[in-house]
Design a protein around this ligand. Structure first.
Ligand code: ACO
Length: 428
């Protein structure tokens, strides 16, 4: 028998069922709360709300644990590849053989083409358009080509959508990257990995370009680290938007839009902007003071996390990659990178940050790596979107496969006016 928790007020009481998780916090099932008591719950930023059941990713923010389908992120980052992780996320298990992985890779590859009319979407944007504006629009535009005939409840159609979006995202991001570059068309190379191909799509048109294996390895690890992160803001946006039964590409576009914000995926761009603003190591203490000042809206970008109140496990992994990339690209003595490392050292020893468990998050380092790869800061969040697409698509498929799923519809604590009568304008 499931355990229950009793909620009492005056003479009224109600038993609420407790549902156990495989690992991590159990939840109180509140479905009967409103019908039985007339109360809603109040959790404005959903910090204590489990919005769905999921079997994809597990996070323990206090212990600094991140697992995909039960596999620790540290093991996946060290031993796996992005496409194998994508296989794992989607199928729930690692591929049983190289043949299974090759079949998966080939399905992704077959979808690495864009519908013809997509050129017009990109050419409609001005030179200065932000990459995330282009990417949000381009992903939404895919719904124009893939709408009629999609049965969102059909497993085969869900699978087709998954491979289609996973295959198309690198091409979309490469188009955004080379928006101002004519004749930058490079074909996917079968002999290269997914991450090597991304670098080739970005830079392969340049004379004499050669893929630096340290950079492609670091990119692959970054993609793995960003592949999924349970019910974060963008994934919840995909689920909420998708819950209405809308076109799945439109739901992914909602995720891309949500990711853009500086409190979420936009943080990697904001971090590098902040380094520019700080300017030199001599100014660090002034900016640390600003971050601590409650009357100043400035926050130290790349520090803190809604869930991790310990070191972000992804940050630990990427920090060492960051050092390798900086060394290999001759950036280890670049003043901006020196500034970043000094800032990290000072913040990690400052009482304000230590007391509030504000550690560097993955995006403190990801921007540094992308910058060293010659990827401009405006592109950083698009790189994050490229990695997270597999998570969004997997969550959408999981939600759609759940026969009990209903449209998402939060309620509110209404604090507006009570009922009042309309007075004609001349009588007011
Ligand atoms: N700089 C200075 N102070 C901070 C910071 C920061 N980066 N982050 C949190 N704090 C302070 C808050 O002011 C608050 O202080 P108080 O208790 O004295 O009022 C305390 O730490 C707790 O902060 P909250 O805002 O309650 O934390 P929340 O979980 O809501 O926010 C967030 C998390 C949005 C990530 C926040 O830490 C932040 O803005 N960080 C900078 C942006 C960033 O790096 N975002 C990337 C997140 S990772 C990702 O999306 C992949």
């Amino acid at each position: 028998m499931a355990e229950k928790i009793t909620l009492k007020k005056d003479t009224q009481s109600i038993d609420l069922e407790i549902k156990d998780a495989t690992v991590g916090p159990s939840v109180i099932d509140l479905k009967s709360l409103y019908p039985d008591t007339g109360y809603f719950t109040f959790d404005p930023s959903y910090s204590t709300t489990a919005s769905c059941e999921s079997k994809i990713t597990y996070i323990d923010g206090v212990k600094g644990i991140l697992e995909y389908r039960g596999y620790p992120i540290e093991q996946l980052a060290e031993k796996s590849t992005y496409l194998e992780v994508a296989y794992l996320l989607f199928n729930g298990e690692l591929p049983s053989s190289n043949i299974a992985l090759d079949e998966f890779r080939s399905e992704v590859k077959q979808n690495m083409t864009l519908p013809e009319n997509m050129d017009v979407i990109f050419s409609g944007f001005g030179k200065e358009a932000h990459p995330m504006a282009m990417l949000t629009t381009a992903v939404a535009a895919l719904s124009g080509s893939y709408h009629e005939g999609i049965d969102i409840r059909d497993k085969e159609h869900q699978k087709e959508f998954f491979f289609n979006v996973l295959g198309k995202m690198p091409i979309l991001v490469a188009n955004v990257f080379n928006h101002n570059q004519k004749n930058a068309n490079v074909e996917y190379d079968e002999s290269l990995s997914y991450s090597e191909n991304i670098l080739r799509l970005f830079f392969g048109w340049k004379d004499g370009y050669e893929i630096n294996p340290i950079l492609s390895k670091a990119l692959d690890i970054l993609l793995i680290l960003h592949a999924d992160h349970e019910q974060n803001c963008s994934t919840s946006s995909v689920r909420l938007t998708g819950s209405s039964g809308t076109n799945p590409y439109a739901a992914i576009a909602a995720g891309v839009a949500a990711l853009w914000g500086p409190a979420h995926g936009g943080a990697n761009e904001a971090v590098v902007r902040m380094f520019g603003e700080i300017g030199s190591k001599d100014n660090i203490s002034k900016f640390i003071d600003k971050a601590k000042d409650k009357n100043d809206p400035f926050r130290l970008m790349g520090f803190g996390h809604r869930v991790y109140k310990n070191y972000d496990p992804r940050a630990t992994i990427i920090r060492s990659q960051c050092h390798k990339v900086l060394e290999s690209t001759g950036n280890d003595s670049n003043p901006m990178f020196e500034l970043a490392l000094k800032l990290e050292e000072i913040a990690l020893n400052d009482d304000y940050f230590v007391k509030r468990n504000l550690y560097p998050n993955v995006d403190f380092y990801s921007g540094l790596i992308y910058k060293a790869m010659d990827i401009p800061k405006e592109m950083f969040t698009a790189m994050f979107a490229l990695a997270r697409t597999v998570g969004w698509a997997t969550h959408w498929c999981e939600m759609m496969s759940n026969p009990k799923h209903r449209i998402g519809r939060p309620r509110q604590l209404y604090l507006g006016e009570k009922k009042r009568d309309y007075i004609p304008i001349n009588d007011r």
